[in-house]
Ligand binder design. Structure first.
Ligand code: SAH
Ligand code: SF4
Length: 459
């Protein structure tokens, strides 16, 4: 979601003469778009700010160089620590939260006029989406689209309800129009984003009270867009995984057979302490239904080890759940005490040693499952949507339906251009933990028609 937000910040600044640069050294304005989810990500902001301060001092010492750059901090760290941030790093010119970036031009102008120190961490009544300019230019082959934001679930460990605010769903027509725009600008795949994306309940014109659309209905409508070959959505909550959405997985070929469905723990006791609102059996029932609807669906999850009160037996329950489900991929984290959350002050906090030990065991089993999953592709033909060049000569990189990164080497740079932005079948010849390698099979234009603008597909 931060990637999506950052692109929209660039859209907001474009009419004011700003364009994105890949080099901080060249910039007139540097925006750090930050994450507050765990302590480690929040700490990174301050070390990065120290580096940027040096950059500014170097530029000031170099008399021929233009002044600046101006430094802005956006996102959830700014939302949670706006005032403290301006105090701890007084050289920051602008600090703004995730819901106010439509006001960025005004903040930058004020900071230029007043010499910095501008903060805006409101939760405004207006939705930023109503004030963002229409995006222009190439959307990239695989694009993101935020349809839902915020969260009212208040899991014991999590800052999201405090930093992103309460649940909000964008209206159906706005989502459909943005999706059509992305496809017209080159997207072949769209990932719908939300902190609880499957809690989507967007209003549609004329649908009246109680007529909100669910995610299942939205996905069915998106699947009708010509040229949109792949649809994904993330992140889902087990509590909002309704039958219609599950059925859609069996019915829509565009809906990719891969689902990130975080469970956090395999212990009912921990799930209750975390305030997740479901138990292990409910999670397993969802997986069973999903696999019935779409037998090749691959699953991914998030896990937290060392939540306050977690015993060895609770941890073993998590290991047992992992063995039972067999994940294609997963993210796992040590519990991080986040200020203002109930989990931060719960009794039974665990030592770093215990957390590290459990995380290592979790990594080990998840890694083995991921390799086993990837190895199953060897010898098979897999449709890959190529969205970027690789690091080696004539190499291109794309994603399988199951989100695996797939590398192939083309014979010529012309071949590279032909495949970028398109779906091609690849015979998989090697599998590693984080990627697959293969060779291109002859292009089949009837099966995966190339789009006209595929040659301008961006990196
Ligand atoms: N809405 C999603 C998750 C959003 S946060 C859900 O409910 O599943 C992304 C992930 O960060 C979470 O799934 C969780 O595993 C991890 N996370 C959040 N807060 C954390 C904390 N305090 N310590 C460690 N991991 C945390
Ligand atoms: Fe955080 Fe997800 Fe729980 Fe909401 S549902 S509080 S975003 S972990």
């Amino acid at each position: 979601m931060n990637v999506y937000d950052a692109a929209r910040m660039a859209d907001v600044m474009a009419p004011h003469g700003y364009e994105a640069t890949g080099q901080a050294e060249d910039a007139d304005l540097i925006i750090l778009n930050t994450c507050h989810i765990r302590e480690k990500s929040a700490e990174k902001v301050y070390s990065e700010l120290g580096r940027l301060r040096l950059l500014r001092e170097e530029r000031a010492a170099n008399s021929g160089a233009p002044a600046g750059p101006m430094i802005a901090v956006g996102g959830c760290v700014a939302q949670a620590e706006g005032e403290e941030l301006l105090r701890r790093a007084p050289f920051v010119d602008v600090a703004f939260g995730p819901q106010t970036y439509h006001r960025l031009p005004e903040m930058v102008e004020r900071a230029l006029r007043d010499g910095g120190g501008v903060g805006d961490t409101d939760f405004p009544v207006e939705s930023k989406f109503d004030f963002l300019p229409e995006a222009v230019g190439n959307a990239g082959t695989a694009a993101f689209l935020t349809i839902q934001e915020g969260c009212d679930k208040f899991c014991s460990f999590c800052v999201v309800p405090y930093t992103r605010g309460s649940e909000y769903s964008r209206p159906v027509e706005d989502v459909l129009a943005e999706a059509r725009g992305l496809v017209a600008r080159g997207a072949r795949e769209i990932t719908l984003l939300g902190q609880n994306v499957n809690a989507y309940h967007g209003a549609a014109l004329g649908s009246g009270p109680g007529g909100d659309w669910t995610l299942g209905r939205l996905v069915r409508s998106l699947a009708e867009i010509d040229g949109l070959s792949r649809i994904r959505y993330t992140t889902s909550h087990p509590r909002d995984m309704d039958d219609d959405l599950i059925t859609a997985h069996g019915e829509l070929p565009q809906l990719m057979p891969y689902l990130h469905l975080p469970v956090q723990s395999g212990s009912d006791r921990m799930l209750a302490a975390m305030n997740r609102g479901h138990d292990v059996a409910a999670y397993l029932r969802i997986i069973e239904k999903l696999r019935k609807a779409r037998s090749d669906i691959a699953l991914s999850s998030d896990f937290i080890v060392g939540h306050p009160g977690e015993t060895d037996a609770d941890f073993q329950d998590t290991m047992a759940l992992i063995s039972e489900v067999e994940f294609a991929q997963a993210y796992s984290f040590k519990f991080s005490r986040r200020p203002g959350t109930p989990g931060a002050v719960m009794p039974g906090q665990l030592t770093e040693d215990i957390k590290s030990d459990r995380l290592e065991k979790l990594h080990d089993i998840l890694n083995r499952q991921q390799i086993a999953f990837n190895e199953k592709s060897i010898g098979h033909a897999v449709p890959v949507l190529f969205d970027r060049p690789g690091a080696r000569p004539n190499q291109i990189l794309g994603r399988s339906p199951h989100m695996q990164a797939v590398y192939v080497t083309c014979n010529t740079s012309r071949d590279m251009t032909a495949h970028l932005g398109n779906i091609s079948d690849v015979r998989i010849i090697a599998a590693r933990a984080n990627s697959l390698a293969g060779s291109l099979l002859p292009m089949n234009d009837d099966k995966y028609p190339a789009t006209e603008i595929s040659e301008t597909a961006s990196v």
